[in-house]
Design a protein. Structure first.
Length: 368
């Protein structure tokens, strides 16, 4: 007779889930869904396409979040029933199914637990990620493109909307820089732990055979602010350049000079945009990203001043936050959390959840 028991594991999951529900305001989430549903049902919703897309996207995110939370209790109950049936029928196949469901529930509840740690002012906002090639020549440009693909694959695996806003291609291979938006619940709070300098060590496919090459790329993550939050930017503070969008190797993509580059002269911040079809649209998108960056700079300066006044100046995370080693051994290691895996291929294919969860927990411990 099969004696299959997962009561300890299920009990631990129920305990963790109770803590999560204590933090997540399910009633407030339902109220937000009701409000968005009413807006989405308005007959004139699609008269303003941009607003309609925002409303329907927000509604979809909130419904998905609520469904995941409310579905966990049912799945835990079903798992206990499945174990009982497996024992009564002496069915090893049902036992294997129960083990697989336990692993899936552990992953889902673990993700929710991490999300409860995201309580920053802008953590719920979409994220705008900019990747820039650093030291290392053509290898760095290639590495920057590898990182871009890694984050886009991560978004794809989670069914998150990702929009490439601007790409500057390098001459030989890879990219000089790229900017893209990921629109998902808590995208900024989740991905902000990816900000910093990433290092790649490998046998270079571009250099002399038999020599290892170290290259670097910088990852910047900012929240995309709601349009209701505005930063006053005088026209005299910006320089606007218009140019033709380009693809790999300098191939022309647009038949008109619709791409826009805005330089904020007081800070030196540069934002380029070429995703939209018109110059006006690209300028508007670039200005929104510029405002987001300036607001974040303002918040960071205020926080730094508070720390200085309190006499508690601490070092930042440091420039080099993660190493990707492909030779002479295979490993990806986060230098802040010590989290590491031995399969870089999976990581470059978007398997980042372990690194992100470890980073969020590490950051929370540092701030508590």
């Amino acid at each position: 007779m099969l004696d299959f028991d997962l009561s300890d594991e299920i009990g631990a999951l129920r305990s963790t889930f109770r803590d999560i529900r204590a933090v997540v305001d399910v009633d407030a989430l339902q109220s937000e869904i009701d409000r968005l549903s009413e807006e989405a049902g308005a007959p004139d919703l699609w008269d303003d396409t941009d607003n309609a897309q925002k409303v329907t996207s927000a509604l979809s995110h909130r419904q998905s979040e609520l469904a995941r939370i409310t579905g966990i209790d049912r799945r835990l109950d079903d798992l206990e029933v499945l174990i009982e049936l497996a024992n009564e029928a002496d069915d090893e196949e049902s036992a294997e199914e129960a083990r697989a469901e336990l692993i899936a529930l552990q992953k889902t509840i673990g993700e929710l637990e991490v999300q409860t740690l995201l309580d920053g002012e802008f953590d719920e906002r979409p994220a705008v990620i900019t990747i820039r090639a650093g030291a290392g020549g053509v290898d760095a440009a290639d590495f920057a493109e590898m990182l871009m693909r890694m984050y886009l694959r991560w978004a794809e695996k989670h069914n998150y909307k990702a929009t490439v806003m601007d790409t500057s291609y390098a001459e030989e291979a890879g990219i000089k820089s790229a900017t893209f938006e990921i629109d998902a619940p808590y995208a900024f709070g989740t991905l902000s732990v990816e900000a910093g300098t990433h290092r790649l060590v490998r046998m270079s496919p571009f250099g002399a055979a038999g020599k290892r090459q170290t290259s670097f790329a910088a990852v910047e993550v900012i929240p995309l602010m709601p349009e209701t939050i505005q930063v006053d930017i005088p026209e005299s503070d910006i320089r606007v350049d218009v140019f033709r969008s380009s693809g790999p190797g300098g191939q022309s993509v647009n038949t008109t000079d619709s791409a826009v580059r805005i330089t904020h002269q007081p800070t030196g911040i540069v934002v380029s945009m070429q995703n939209e079809k018109s110059q006006i649209q690209n300028r508007a998108a670039a200005m929104r990203v510029l405002q987001s960056r300036l607001l974040l700079v303002q918040r960071e300066q205020e926080a730094a001043q508070k720390k200085e006044l309190a006499g508690n100046i601490t070092a930042s995370w440091g420039d080099q936050m993660r190493s990707y080693v492909l030779a002479p051994y295979q490993m990806v290691k986060d230098l802040r959390t010590e989290f590491e895996v031995g399969n870089p291929s999976n990581v470059f294919d978007g398997d980042l959840d372990g690194f992100i969860a470890a980073g969020i927990r590490w950051r929370k411990q540092k701030t508590d």
